[in-house]
Design a protein around this ligand. Structure first.
Ligand code: DX5
Length: 285
C-alpha cells in the first residue's frame, strides 16, 4: 500500500490505497440508517478477553479455554516498563500460544516509540492467525511521532492496524488516520494494570470518534478497554458507539470463562437493542 496519500486524505474516496473505499458502500449503504451507524449498532458485538488475569505458566491452555468459551478475539497486553509502569511479555509468548487455538489475536503495544518501530515486524508476525490471517496490532498514539507511517507499516506487513488513546488524549489525535485503521481503542483506564476502576468520562470521546467514522464513511470498529464489566460500563460504552469490548477481571471473575463471555455479550446486545443500563447515582458520568 502506498502511504503517499495526497492532501485529500480526509475524503474516503482518496483513501484508494487504504481501506475505506471498498467498504464504504457496505457499512453505510446497506447496513442501516445514519442513526444506527452513529450508535454503531450496525456493527457486530465482539467480546475480547485480556490475558493479564490468566495463569501465565499455562498461557497455551488458557487461550484454548478462552476459545472454548466462545470469545471473538484474544488480547495480549505487551508492556515494556517504559511506556507504562509494568512489564509483561514479548512476541515469543504470543507466537507460542498460536498453536493452542484458531481464535484471532490482538496485541496492544504499551511500549516505547523505539519498541513500537524496531520490533513492529515481530509483533505483526506473532499476532497473525493460524494461516497467516491479519492479527490486530494496536499502537498508542502517545508513543508514535510517526503514527501514519507505523499504521501503514502494520498493513504492509500483513497486520490489521489499530490505534489506542490514553484517557487524557483527545479524539482529535486520531481523526486524520481513521482511513488507515480497522479499529480505534479508547482506554477507559490508564494503561498498565488490570483490575482498575472504569473511568466514566470517556463516553463523549467514544461518541465523537463514532461520529467522525460515520462522517468520513469509514469502516472502523471502536474498542474499549479497562474496568469493563457485564453491567452499566459495557452497556453505556455500547450505547455511545463502541462494539468491541476488552475485559480482563470482568470475565475471569466468573465461575467459568463461558459464563463471563456470555454475560458481557448479553448486556452489550441489550444495549444495542436500546436497553441501556444507567450508571449508579454515585458515578458522575
Ligand atoms: C490495561 C490493559 C487492559 C487490562 C484490562 O493496561 O490494557 O487490557 O488488562 O483489565 P480489566 O478488564 O481488569 O480492567
Amino acid at each position: 500500500m502506498q502511504g503517499g496519500m495526497k492532501s485529500s486524505v480526509k475524503s474516503a474516496r482518496s483513501c484508494v490505497g487504504g481501506r475505506a473505499l471498498a467498504r464504504v458502500g457496505r457499512s453505510q449503504g446497506t447496513r442501516g440508517s445514519r442513526g444506527v451507524a452513529m450508535k454503531g449498532t450496525d456493527r457486530d458485538i465482539q467480546i475480547i478477553p485480556s490475558v493479564l488475569p490468566a495463569d501465565w505458566a499455562n498461557m497455551g491452555q488458557c487461550v484454548a479455554d478462552l476459545e472454548a468459551a466462545g470469545v471473538d478475539r484474544i488480547q495480549f497486553d505487551v508492556m515494556d516498563g517504559n511506556f507504562v509502569p509494568n512489564l509483561t511479555f514479548g512476541p515469543e509468548m504470543i507466537s507460542a500460544c498460536r498453536k493452542y487455538c484458531k481464535t484471532p489475536f490482538e496485541t496492544q503495544l504499551m511500549v516505547s516509540q523505539y519498541a513500537s518501530e524496531v520490533m513492529l515486524e515481530d509483533y505483526v508476525e506473532a499476532t497473525k492467525g493460524p494461516n497467516g490471517e491479519p492479527g490486530v496490532v494496536i499502537v498508542h498514539v502517545e508513543a508514535c511521532d510517526h503514527l501514519h507511517r507505523v499504521l501503514n507499516k502494520i498493513r504492509e506487513l500483513g497486520g490489521s492496524p489499530s490505534v489506542a488513546l490514553n484517557p487524557h488524549t483527545p479524539a482529535e489525535a486520531v481523526k486524520n488516520v481513521l482511513c488507515d485503521v480497522d479499529h480505534v481503542l479508547v482506554m477507559t483506564v490508564n494503561p498498565g494494570f488490570g483490575g482498575q476502576a472504569y473511568i466514566p468520562t470517556m463516553l463523549d470521546k467514544i461518541r465523537e470518534i463514532r461520529a467522525a467514522i460515520v462522517e468520513g464513511g469509514y469502516d472502523v470498529d471502536i474498542e474499549v478497554d479497562g474496568g469493563i464489566k457485564a453491567d452499566w460500563t459495557i452497556s453505556q460504552c455500547c450505547d455511545a458507539g463502541a462494539n468491541c469490548f476488552i475485559a480482563g477481571s470482568g470475565m475471569f471473575a466468573y465461575p467459568t470463562l463461558k459464563e463471563g463471555c456470555d454475560a458481557l455479550r448479553a448486556v452489550a446486545k441489550d444495549a444495542q437493542a436500546g436497553k441501556v443500563l444507567a450508571a449508579p447515582e454515585t458515578v458522575n458520568a
